[in-house]
Structures are given as structure tokens and as C-alpha cells.
Design a protein around this ligand. Structure first.
Ligand code: SF4
Length: 377
């Protein structure tokens, strides 16, 4: 594969700048069976189906994910004949970022595109103090659920991303992190789209992320954030994968939740609460409730009391997220002292409650701000 960013931007291979801007062009997608971002077992099946031993999957994965080698002809521990066969019948499709926006706080937002110019984004969130280097991935282009406070929701739904496109984001951002002398530590599915609405591709991607032949991250280093689609959560439990689960709750009761999240009409809050202990038992970890706080909507002490009533006996903690402004959305961030008062109330009543200060606001990379800006043009 050749370098596609020769004219300008950051070289895909070396991650050094070779031009004046951060503009990339995409690589061509060759025909053939895709091997990138595919679960290990499926790769083994593929090798068996072409008359090869299953362990060839392990060898190829070591080249792809371990050594960053994507040219079959250079996978020197494979027989020459197999290398030739692989170049003829299969392919490895990587993503190049169309644009990289670096925020002042060290985080960065990456814009990718498929071959039909549908744009999606990933975000790198460093936490040097804890030596945490997190990548936030998109699972869809746009979203069907139309939450009132979310930039992605305003786009409507364009498509589900494939596991190749999901892992493509991760691979690209991991290289970027490594270029800065660090390594990937955590992955969150909190970017564009609802992961439980594209659960097959998300589970395939997670299996690559946690596989020792893939990215080798522990299950607890992967987090799926969902509005709470029971079928999706059940699919995770059936898969045997154990990512952490966060439920985007954002309101202390059914009535308020319906006002800002149309999906709440279909999946009732009381039903959602029943899944929480089930998932906590399954994953052996507490579930997180994400609670985006909007000024004068869900930030009062009365709201805190309602929230406490709802979640008090559940194996769950609360992550309070002061709203990040989104163009065209008529909600506002709450005052800092109101957020602290809300947190103190929960803490005083034995609920673990943290406040998330979003990063990347200056590049619209914070929670709820991702909108694949080119798609919106
Ligand atoms: S918050 Fe999540 S589910 Fe709601 S519109 Fe945005 S991306 Fe979709």
C-alpha cells in the first residue's frame, strides 16, 4: 500500500508532518476478503476455508496488530505461496484521517470518511496524571435516536460502521498516541452513534480489542455507553465479552427523560433499572449512569432526590457531565456550584458520584459534540 498523504498532512506510516495542513486523502479499497478488524475465530475459519491451517490467523494478526505490517509480501514467516494467495484474495483496509484537530488540553479529534464521503469521528483523550490514554470511537454515522442535546442526533442516521471501520479508527489513533511516546490504555464507545443499535459490529470490534492476538486490552478497559437498548445489552451478555457498561440516563424520571430522549418512550426507565443488576452480576462490575446536567432542567436538589430514589439500591455509580454547548440546541451548562451541590447530595446519601470535565471542547470533541462536520455541510 502506498502513502496517500504525500501531498500534504501527516504521513500514515511515520506520523510525521509532510505538508502545511492536516488534510489527508483516503486510500483506495481493493477488492478481496477483508481481514482487518475481524474477530480471531472468524479469521481462523477463513484460513481453514482456503485450505490452510488455523494458526495462520495468529501469525497474520501478529503482523497486523503487533508489528503494524500490512503488506502480505513482507509477512516473512508465512510460506511464499500463501503470501501470494493472500494478496490475490484478501485485503487489509485501513483508515486515513481526513482531518486532525488538536485541542489545547492535548486531546485530539480525528475525522474519517468512508468511500461514499460519509464522515465519522474518533477522539483521543489523554490523562497524563493517571497515565490514561483513551480513545473514544464512533459506531455509526449519525444516529436514529435524536436525543435533543446531541449534535450527532441532529444529523439523522446515515449508516452502521463495520468492525473494520471501527478498528480502523482505533488503529489510527493508537499510532498517533504512540507517536507522542505513550500507548493506548482505554477504549470507550461514546462517539457518534448508539453502539447497541449496531451491536454485531461493535462486539466484533471489542473481540479484536481484547484479544491477545489483537490489541490485547483487558475487558475492563473497554466501555460501552448506551441509551439502554435491552436487546443490545442482552447481546453483550450472550457474547461472553465483558466490557464496562454506562447507561446514558440524563433524567431522574420517566417524564423528564422522554422530554430529552425520544427513545425513552420505547424503553421505559423502570425496565432499564432491571437490567442494571443483571449486567453488574454478569460483568462483576458496577454499571455507570451518565447524567448530563442541563441548567434549570435536571440540576435541582429535587432532581437529585428523584435520582437517588431511582438508583439507590442498584450496583451503580453516577457520572455527572456538565452539558457541553451544541450549536442549535437550547440547553445550557449548569453553574459549577450547582453541579457540586448535586454531587454532594448523592455522596451524602452513599451514592458514588463523580464529575466528568470534558476535554476537547475547543475542537468540538467533547461529549455530545461529535457531528462529522463534513456530513453536515
Ligand atoms: S446521545 Fe447517543 S443515542 Fe442520543 S442521539 Fe446522540 S449518539 Fe444517538
Amino acid at each position: 500500500m502506498q502513502c496517500a498523504s504525500g501531498m500534504s498532512g501527516l504521513c500514515k506510516k511515520t506520523f510525521s508532518r509532510c505538508g502545511v495542513s492536516d488534510i489527508f486523502i483516503n486510500m483506495n479499497v481493493d477488492d478481496g476478503i477483508e481481514l482487518f478488524g475481524v474477530p480471531h475465530e472468524e479469521l481462523e475459519d477463513f484460513f481453514e476455508s482456503i485450505g490452510e491451517r488455523r494458526f495462520r490467523a495468529r501469525q497474520v494478526c501478529k503482523w497486523i496488530y503487533g508489528r503494524g505490517e500490512f503488506d502480505f509480501s513482507r509477512m516473512t514467516d508465512l510460506p511464499a505461496e500463501l503470501r501470494k494467495k493472500l494478496s490475490e484474495i484478501s485485503r487489509i483496509t485501513l483508515l486515513d484521517a481526513v482531518e486532525v484537530a488538536r485541542a489545547e488540553d492535548g486531546s485530539a479529534k480525528f475525522l474519517f470518511s468512508d468511500d461514499e464521503n460519509r464522515f465519522f469521528e474518533a477522539v483521543y483523550i489523554p490523562d497524563e496524571r493517571k497515565n490514561k490514554h483513551t480513545v473514544c470511537l464512533s459506531s455509526q454515522v449519525g444516529c436514529k435516536f435524536g436525543c435533543k442535546f446531541c449534535a450527532t442526533g441532529k444529523m439523522g442516521f446515515l449508516k452502521n460502521l463495520t468492525s473494520t471501520e471501527i478498528i480502523g479508527q482505533l488503529h489510527y489513533v493508537r499510532e498517533y498516541i504512540r507517536q507522542g511516546g505513550n500507548d493506548l490504555t482505554n477504549v470507550v464507545f461514546m462517539g457518534m452513534g448508539e453502539p447497541c443499535d449496531n451491536i454485531d459490529a461493535v462486539l466484533d470490534a471489542i473481540s479484536v480489542i481484547v484479544s491477545q492476538f489483537g490489541f490485547g486490552l483487558g475487558h475492563r478497559r473497554v466501555l460501552v455507553s448506551t441509551v439502554g437498548i435491552p436487546e443490545g445489552i442482552e447481546a453483550i451478555m450472550k457474547s461472553g465479552l465483558r466490557p464496562k457498561l454506562a447507561i446514558s440516563l440524563n433524567a431522574p424520571d420517566q417524564r423528564k427523560r422522554e422530554k430529552i430522549m425520544p427513545v425513552a418512550k420505547k424503553y421505559l426507565i423502570d425496565e432499564l433499572m432491571k437490567i442494571v443488576p443483571e449486567y453488574a452480576r454478569y460483568s462483576k462490575r458496577w454499571v455507570t449512569f451518565e447524567y448530563v446536567m442541563f441548567r434549570d432542567f435536571n440540576d435541582s436538589l429535587e432532581d437529585a432526590r428523584e435520582l437517588l430514589r431511582l438508583i439507590k439500591n442498584l450496583p451503580a455509580k453516577v457520572n455527572l457531565i456538565p452539558f457541553n454547548p451544541v450549536a442549535g440546541v437550547e440547553f445550557y451548562p449548569p453553574d459549577d456550584r450547582i453541579v457540586l451541590r448535586f454531587q454532594s447530595y448523592l455522596l451524602a446519601n452513599s451514592v458514588v458520584a463523580t464529575i466528568r470535565r470534558s476535554k476537547g471542547r475547543d475542537v468540538s470533541g467533547a461529549c455530545g459534540q461529535l457531528a462529522g462536520k463534513y456530513s453536515l455541510r
